[in-house]
Design a protein around this ligand. Structure first.
Ligand code: ADP
Ligand code: ZN
Ligand code: ZN
Length: 728
């Protein structure tokens, strides 16, 4: 027996919203606890699954008060490496979040449960000599077995391939193995078998060389390339080099960017199927992806935000495509920026990170301008296509039809006449964003949010796009009883209706979250577009990204005016990014493209800069304005967000919290109501802490957060810290 004094103390992260770790003593188990192991521990009356974060020899509590670990579900296997733990520790300190929630966020969902287990490595199946001989014979009466054998003709295959042949593959395979025709073995890492790509342009070659030169060292690269300039081709060339040397690579894409087209392009060029992971997969699939990444079996992982935390022992590069995309910021729970954490992970591992985009965020833009990132510009479209031509349409005094001016309608007609395709962009789904009574002025508002209900005509419903609640469309005005309800403004559903009336013989494809619900629907629609017949596309920002539609030569941007005079200081930046992305859909191939921008403010200064001088000049101008106003990225911010059913509790909490803000160079402002003050029935306010130095801000935040949980009124509200906030 060890004496109680020399007992190791195990610090455990538990999935609780508490900013602390919990101390335990080792169990009776023989396993020696190590950081990164999962443990089952008693917690009050419950048993909780946790992860060992550290093993020390002291505790702030007397040792005899500490409970013992019940068991180690995975024996001595680790679920987090010391490198992963180091990154997660940085995350919970930097984002001031509860360690347990940060740690659990990094695990695949099944390993967040005690029943979940680290899976064995996947198997592959291979013909034996006897099996090959049997395959040469006619199938005879064993047709299903023969078909499975045939699937293995070219070499070993995995379970997914066999499942595709027959649903009863397990049973059939068992028969084959009984006959000794097939044997199983642990799957081997995918073999790189690259197909030659196009000859790189000079700009691409320079970027590939510069990035490759930094392999093995931390470097941040901004790959700033206009849409269609061949950024993906640059990734592919760099990846080829890394994979050749046996390294692993991680490519993060925005939620909307993970399309089968992208995957098949990687598959085709590299000669193997990348491992894919995102939150839409089943828990079993996510666990498999995790296990393959961890074992090194997965050479290339392509995933959305959460893939950033996958264990990858041989990781040699992280690439973030569309780095400016808002989906890289997690907006609830553990709020983090996967871009910023990716840079941190690359720095820890001493490997390069590549941020690719046509429209850098101002944060990245300034890091590149300040020389902290290496800046690679791709200004030519790789296929030689010209940049689309802009035409600004002043909407004042235009004849309008359902939100589209007569001039734009003519342009659409002319495009279809030439047997080309036109894309109409409006970032608002539904039929009309507001419905109101022409008699008394009543309008349909959400009972739970500060928002209007959107009229969805086909479904006869009014829906809140913020909390999901809604009602049937009333026949009469609920206020005055008049039969005078009408929509105000347009959404994609209305454009679809109007345009298909104007061109009844032309197929119209609508892309928004109402039409593209089902898996595979997006691809079905986009295949139809790619087939190249004349058609009209109507859609939201779902259409803005990455898709290569060679026959689209006209883009009409219906309305982005809201952003020009928004209270959100990032609105202009986002508008510029969206405009450039949408415009990038036009004329990607040999045909020249045109973009019509409808606006009431054709003289808006930022708009003019963007159109006349391009995104880089636009970003520089916004940047100068931000600097004068001391806004990010020229200052550093954190929010203390709070919400509750009762507004007084929220304000009381924030007012008391403000009093506790430590003195120093960082200042705290507010409380302010959130941009949408009420959402889902809760009132939302915030305090804004800001400083000119990150270090200063964080020093004061650290002292503050500790005191906040001790405020009695904190128990009546929900609160969270949002470091480097993106919305307010
Ligand atoms: P981005 O990712 O910048 O939008 P892509 O890599 O998708 O650009 O390239 C756009 C199109 O140009 C694709 O069809 C691609 O195959 C093609 N392409 C890329 N690089 C070259 C090149 N060097 N020569 C010819 N075509 C290229
Ligand atoms: Zn009325
Ligand atoms: Zn609502």
């Amino acid at each position: 027996m060890q004496s109680p004094l020399s007992q190791p103390v195990i610090q455990v992260a538990l999935p609780l919203p508490l900013r602390q770790l919990f101390d335990y003593l080792p169990g009776e188990d023989v396993t020696i606890a190590q950081p990164g192991m999962r443990v089952l521990v008693p917690f009050g009356q419950r048993k909780l699954l946790g992860v060992v974060v550290a093993v020390t020899d002291k505790s702030e509590l007397p040792l005899e008060k500490l409970a013992r670990v019940i068991r180690y579900p995975d024996g001595d296997q680790l679920v987090l490496s010391s490198q992963s733990l180091q990154l997660l520790k940085w995350c919970w300190h930097y984002y001031k979040h509860a360690p347990g929630e940060v740690v659990f966020n990094a695990l695949p969902p099944l390993l967040r449960k005690a029943e979940g287990a680290i899976p064995p490595l996947p198997k592959q199946y291979r013909l034996t000599t006897a099996g090959e001989a049997r395959l040469q014979q006619p199938a005879g009466r064993i047709k299903a077995q023969h078909r499975l054998l045939g699937e293995m003709r070219e070499g070993p295959v995995d379970a997914a391939r066999l499942r595709a042949v027959t649903a009863a593959w397990r049973k059939t395979l068992a028969c084959l193995r009984q006959q000794d025709w097939v044997r199983s073995e642990t799957q081997q890492p995918a073999q790189l078998n690259p197909c030659p790509g196009p000859v790189l342009t000079d700009e691409q070659r320079v970027a590939v060389d510069a990035i490759s030169e930094t392999l093995g060292n931390f470097h941040c690269h901004l790959l700033d390339g206009v849409t269609g300039s061949g950024k993906t081709e640059v990734y592919l060339c760099v990846l080829e080099r890394i994979l050749e040397q046996g390294g692993q690579a991680l490519l993060l894409v925005p939620e909307i960017g993970l399309t089968p087209q992208l995957l098949s392009r990687f598959h085709q060029r590299l000669g193997f199927r990348p491992v894919v992971t995102h939150s839409g997969l089943s828990e079993g699939q996510r666990l498999q992806a995790w296990a393959q990444a961890k074992s090194g079996l997965a050479r290339l992982v392509i995933g959305t935000r959460s893939a950033l935390f996958l264990p990858m022992p041989e990781l040699q590069i992280i690439i973030l495509d569309e780095e400016h995309d808002a989906s890289f910021k997690q907006q609830d729970g553990f709020r983090y920026s996967s871009r910023d954490v990716a840079v941190k992970r690359a720095a820890d591992l001493d490997i390069p990170v590549v941020l690719g985009t046509a429209t850098p965020s101002l944060e990245t833009f300034n890091n590149a301008a300040g020389g902290r990132y290496r800046w690679h510009r791709l200004r030519q479209r790789a296929t030689g296509a010209a940049e689309p031509r802009w035409r600004v349409l002043d909407l004042c005094q235009q004849t309008m039809k359902g939100g589209i001016s007569a001039i734009a309608m003519d342009a659409i007609g002319a495009t279809l006449e030439k047997r080309q395709q036109a894309l109409v962009f409006l970032n608002r789904r539904g039929y009309a964003p507001v419905i109101l009574c022409h008699e008394c002025g009543w309008h349909a508002a959400c009972q739970r949010c500060d928002a209007n209900l959107t009229w969805h005509k086909a479904g006869h419903r009014l829906l809140c796009h913020h909390c999901g609640s809604g009602m049937r469309l009333p026949v009469m005005c609920p206020e005055c009883g008049a039969d005078a309800l009408q929509g105000a403004g347009e959404g994609t559903e209305q454009l679809e209706q109007m345009l298909s009336q104007a061109w009844p013989d032309t197929p119209l494809l609508r892309f928004d979250r109402d039409t593209v619900r089902k898996k595979g629907e997006f691809d079905r629609l986009s295949e139809q577009v790619k087939a190249g017949e004349p058609c009209l596309l109507v859609g939201t920002q779902m259409l803005a990204k990455g898709h290569h539609f060679p026959k689209v030569t006209l883009v009409v941007i219906v309305n982005l005016d809201q952003a020009l005079y928004s209270a959100d200081f990032r609105a202009l930046e986002r508008m510029g990014q969206l405009m450039v992305q949408v415009a990038g859909r036009a004329g990607r191939d040999q045909l020249p493209g045109e973009v019509i921008l409808q606006t009431h403010y054709p003289q808006h200064e930022a708009l003019l800069t963007l159109l006349e001088s391009g995104y880089e000049a636009f970003a520089a101008e916004l940047s100068a304005d931000r600097q004068i106003a001391c806004l990010p990225p020229f200052s550093y911010q954190a929010l203390l967000r709070s919400d509750a059913h009762n507004k007084d509790d929220v304000r009381a909490f924030l007012n008391q919290a403000k009093q506790l803000f430590p003195a120093g160079e960082a200042s705290v402002y507010g409380p302010f109501p959130a941009m949408m003050e009420r959402r889902s029935g809760r009132t939302r306010w915030y305090l804004l802490a800001q400083a000119n130095s990150r270090l200063v801000l964080h020093r004061q935040l650290d002292g503050w957060v500790e005191k906040l949980s001790r405020l009695p009124v904190a128990r009546k509200v929900r609160w969270a810290i949002d470091v480097d906030p993106q919305d307010y």
